[in-house]
Design a protein around this ligand. Structure first.
Ligand code: GYE
Length: 350
């Protein structure tokens, strides 16, 4: 499954568009394959199904959605699935029962929540995915849901790998802390990191960043252990402790988010090691605690993944109601934080 919008896909999309205008049989197919329409109204009742609220990234995301809904005067039906797929599926069911106009969904994992997307579609409710995607072989953007809004996770993983390879002069023994199993950021952050180190990453397929991949990759950058810490600080700490005990020669960590990186830092300190010296750590998100850890010399770098979705989410909803063409994947630009700029940006971090 390829989540990157390829040229072939773009051509397909414009061919379908042309068919619709020409009123050929393509129109019928396009109409049936499209997500449910959204009636134009001044005020909407909008669902926001949040996956969990166990870290600052999630708190910032929820606050951004709530603030924007309030600012625009829309009613927000908010649910927190507490990290449970079953709960999130029933949260979507209850939004369908309450007949919300549209659902913003931050799906825990790719496959089970794709079914929730299909249920909403069957009930005539358009869905916009926020920050995590679903499996495109089950539910497709532009057909089953309006679009995905979020980061290019493959690119994030590759940028983390680029920084680590450069910092470690192409030689490292790496422990990887993976995000939630089956979630799109965990799958793609792993892929981007590994592809970059293997020399198989294609920048043109991923927004052109990082710009160059050395031929042959980095054979001396080795991932010796990789396990999920479920994107959570304490689980990251515990998992890292076990992996590090089994692999004491590790001298680098790639964590799929800042919370798990901070957990690894705590575990290293408890083991009498100096994070940032004995073990070099790179992660993703750009939280305030992570930027502080960079300033303190404990965390090496973090690729930004911006949680402030409110304005873009509601703007996209509005455009959809106006009948504008919505890109299938709306990609947030990510910055990069390391020792050169963490001070400068910490005040705007969450
Ligand atoms: O990196 C992490 C959060 O889905 C992009 O989920 C999001 C990730 C984010 O819990 O901190």
């Amino acid at each position: 499954m390829d989540r990157v919008i390829t040229r072939r896909r773009l051509v397909q999309v414009s061919a379908a568009g042309a068919g619709a205008v020409m009123l050929t049989p393509t129109l019928l197919r396009t109409a049936l394959a499209a997500p449910p329409p959204l009636e134009k109204k001044a005020k909407y009742k909008v669902g926001f199904s949040q996956v969990e609220m166990n870290n600052p990234w999630r708190t910032a995301q929820t606050a951004s959605l709530q603030a924007e809904a309030e600012e625009l005067g829309h009613e927000l039906v908010y649910t927190d699935a507490g990290g449970s797929e079953a709960k999130q599926i029933s949260d979507v069911d209850s939004m369908i029962a309450q007949q919300v106009d549209l659902i913003f969904l931050a799906p825990r994992s790719e496959k089970p929540l794709a079914q929730a997307v299909l249920k909403a579609k069957a009930a005539g409710i358009p869905v916009i995915l926020l920050d995590r995607d679903v499996d495109h072989s089950i539910a497709e953007p532009g057909e089953d849901y309006v679009c995905f809004i979020g980061s290019n996770f493959v690119q994030e993983g590759a940028r983390a790998a680029e920084w680590l390879a450069e910092t470690m002069d192409g030689k490292a023994t790496i422990i990887e802390l993976e995000g939630t199993t089956g979630s799109s950021p965990a799958i793609d952050r792993q892929k981007g990191f590994r592809d970059y180190l293997a020399g198989t990453y294609v920048p043109e397929d991923n927004g052109g960043m990082p710009a160059s991949v050395p031929a042959g990759g980095f054979p001396d950058m080795q991932i010796i252990a990789s396990q999920t810490g479920d994107f959570a600080r304490d689980e990251g700490r515990q998992v890292f402790e076990t992996l590090y005990q089994a692999n004491p020669t590790a001298n680098a960590v790639y964590a799929h988010n800042d919370e798990m990186a901070l957990g690894a830092i705590a575990a290293l300190e408890a083991a009498g090691k100096v994070p940032g010296q004995d073990v070099i750590i790179v992660s993703v998100d750009g939280s305030r605690d992570a930027l502080q850890a960079i300033i303190d010399g404990k965390l090496g770098a973090t690729v930004e993944c911006n949680p402030r979705f409110g304005p873009k989410a509601f703007e996209t909803m509005e455009q959809y109601a106006n009948g504008e063409e919505i890109p299938e994947m709306i990609i947030n630009p990510d910055r990069f934080f390391d020792a050169t700029n963490a001070e400068e940006f910490i005040d705007e971090a969450y």
